[in-house]
Write a protein that binds this ligand. Sequence first.
Ligand SMILES: Cc1cc2nc3c(=O)[nH]c(=O)nc-3n(C[C@H](O)[C@H](O)[C@H](O)COP(=O)(O)OP(=O)(O)OC[C@H]3O[C@@H](n4cnc5c(N)ncnc54)[C@H](O)[C@@H]3O)c2cc1C
Length: 446
Amino acid sequence: MSDEILIVGAGVAGINAALNAADYGAKVYLVDDTPSIGGMMARLDKTFPTNDCSICIEAPQMYEVDNHPNIEILTNTEVKKVKKADEGFKVRLVRKARFVDEEKCTGCGACFEACPVTIPDEMDGRIFGNRKLAYMPFPQAVPNVAVIDPDCRYGNMNDKGACVGGCVVDCSQCRECPIALCVKACKEEGKDAVRLWQANKNINLTVKSIIVASGIEGAVPQEGLHGYRTCRNVITNMEFERLMNAGGPTGGEIVRPSDREHAHKIGWIQCAGRGLDHGTPYCSKVCCMIAAKQTIITKEHDASVETTIFYNDLKAYGKGMWGFYEKAKESGVRYVRARPYDVTEDPDTGNVRIRYEDLETGRPVEEEFDLLVLSTGLVPSARNKKLAKALKIELDKFGYFKEEDPILAPLETKVKGVYLCGGATGPIDISESVVQATAASMKAVA
Ligand SMILES: Cc1cc2nc3c(=O)[nH]c(=O)nc-3n(C[C@H](O)[C@H](O)[C@H](O)COP(=O)(O)OP(=O)(O)OC[C@H]3O[C@@H](n4cnc5c(N)ncnc54)[C@H](O)[C@@H]3O)c2cc1C
C-alpha cells in the first residue's frame, strides 16, 4: 500500500494537515472544490484572539503547500467515488474545467480587464463586491491562476453582454476563438492560456487514508430576520468582516450599503437566527469573539465610532478569550443584555431602528443605528451530504461529520482510515482547527 493521503478541503485545517503529513514523508493530494485553497481564513480581516492579519498568517502556509515536494494541490476538484481497497481506498476525483491552462497562466489579469461583464461577487455582492466572468478568486489565491465562470462558457451570460457562448460552434469543438475577448487579450500578452474547450477530467487515485477538512460556512439569515434584506443597512458578520478588510471590496472603509457613507454608530445582534425549532439550533461558539474582534478593529479604524453589542449569553470559551472580551469593553464597546424584537428602516436616512427589551431593566427601548450587523453563526458545508455519501460515513443531525466516539475516538469515523478535522466536525475557531489538523494527520500517517 502506498503512503498516499487524500485531504478533502483546503482551508486552514486541510492545509495544516497536508503540511504535517507531507513533512512526515507522505505523498498528499490536497483537494478543494473551489478555484483556490485557503478556505474561510483567506477572506477574514484579522483573527481573534491576537488580531493578527488573517491572510498574512495563512498566505505563507498556502505558498509552502504549493511548493512542498510531497503535496499536490487539486483545486476545482470534487470527490466522486470512494471504494475500500485492501488497506486503503480507490478514489475517483473529478477536476472541473477552469477553462484556463494552469501551466501557462501567470495571473497577469489581462483576461479580467478584457472581460466585458461585471457581476456581483458571491461573497461580497451586498457590499459593493464585483467580479468579472474571468477572475481571480482573491489576490493571494493559490494557484495564482485565473478562472472563467462556467456560466459564461456555457452561454448563460449572453443576456448580460458576455462575448463567449453566442457562437454557432460550441467551444468544445473549436480551438480558434475569433470572438472571446479574454482569449484575444491573453494571446496579446503572449500566453495563450485561455482554454474555452477544456473539459472536466477524471483522476483515479489509490490512497492509504483520507482526511475530511470540508469546513464551515457563515449562516445566511432568512429574509426579514432582524431586517436582513428588508433594511438596506443590515448585514451579516461575514459581510462586516469583508467591509473591514483592506483587501475587501471597500478597501477597508466601513461604509453603509445604502449610500456608501461611513457608519458612525454600529450595532451587533448576537445569536441572530439561533433557535431550537428554526434557524441554527446550537451555539456556534465563536460569534461572541468575532463580535468583540469586529468592535475592537472598528474602534482602531476610527475611535469615535459608537459600537453596541446586543447579547443574551456570552461565550468566551478558550485561552485568552475572556481577556479579549475585557479588551473590547476597555476599548469602549457597549454591551447590552437585550432581546431585540423589531428592526425597521427609516426610509429617508436608511438608518436602522431597533426595538428591544433591555434584559437588565425589563423595559422596552428604541434606538437608531447607521449600520446593523447580525452575528449569524456557523453552519456545515452544504456539500457535506454528497461527500458523506461518497465516503460512506455519517453526518450528525446538524450536518457535520460524525466522530466514531467524541471522547475515546475523536476525529475518527466509523470507516477505518477516514479522519476528520476543523469545521467538518462542528463550529470551531482557527487554533482548534490547527490542533485537530495535526492530530488527524498523525492518525492518517500512522
Ligand atoms: C465572520 C467570521 C469570522 C471569523 N473570525 C475568526 C477569528 O477571528 N478567529 C478564529 O479563530 N476563527 C474565526 N472564524 C472561524 C474560522 O473561519 C474557522 O475556524 C476556520 O475557517 C475553519 O477552518 P477549516 O479549514 O476547518 O474550514 P474552512 O475555512 O471552511 O475551509 C474548508 C475548505 O473546504 C472546501 N470544501 C468544502 N466542502 C468540500 C468538498 N465537498 N470537496 C472539496 N472541498 C470542499 C471549502 O471550499 C474550503 O476551502 C471566523 C468565522 C467567520 C464566519
